[in-house]
Design a protein around this ligand. Sequence first.
Ligand SMILES: [Fe+2]
Length: 274
Amino acid sequence: MRACFFGDIHGNSHALEAFLLRLPEWKADAVYCLGDIVGWLPFGNRTLQRVRALGFPTVAGNHDLLVSGLFRDHPGQADRMQATAYNAGLLSGMEGAADYLSNLPLIREERDFSVVHHSPFALPAPGEAPTIQCFDYLDETALRGSLEAWRSCPKRLIFSGHDHVPAIYELSYSRGTPRFGEVRAFRPAGMEPLTVKISSGRRYWVKAGSIGGPYRDGCPCANAVLYDEDAQTLTLLRIPFPRGELHRELSANRLFGTIPTIRKYLELLEKGPC
Ligand SMILES: [Fe+2]
């Protein structure tokens, strides 16, 4: 069985199409979307329409829920709020868009893996609605705080998105309280895909990185993950996409020219391949 995971598309239809064009070559039996179909770029209507039509199993991202009005953002997230408001306006004319986004599940459980936008250990209590606090980033502090829960998690693999930084974390199965020093991190260098052989005695938390950006590892390419159960491998995929048209379209949006995160994103798109 081979499964492919992608998410954090954020309105970048150019990167999404580049990923979909390559998808057949990875011969995936199942494809999962890790959420954040919309948000950030001012083209969320395009990617939402495309992803809905594809019908892949999908989990909710924080941007999907923000745009659909399920909860408010942190007061300090001015850039994100501006992009959210714009995307909510775009989707207001799309039949059923807000209902679709707000009804996406927060997690999907498969036989040996969980699929979630951020963390299976930061979900709301049963019966409670999610809040923005369910979507902090998986930085070192958050990873340290999750070690105990991660080790006792019944699933061997976790696939998530959210941070826009592709990485594979490996946790060994020693006895006693898990220590942060037991976590090994694997990250791709440049545009080369990175394949990691997985071991039955270990657990893996795989961050897919982002299809559409903003790219927080400084590499302007689409990212996805392939899990090959038979070969027992995980591969972080790096997929180039045509950046010129996106740059032109984004530059033409004067409102988005006032958002510092988007200005930085445009500068990164101007860079050559990393
Ligand atoms: Fe995202």
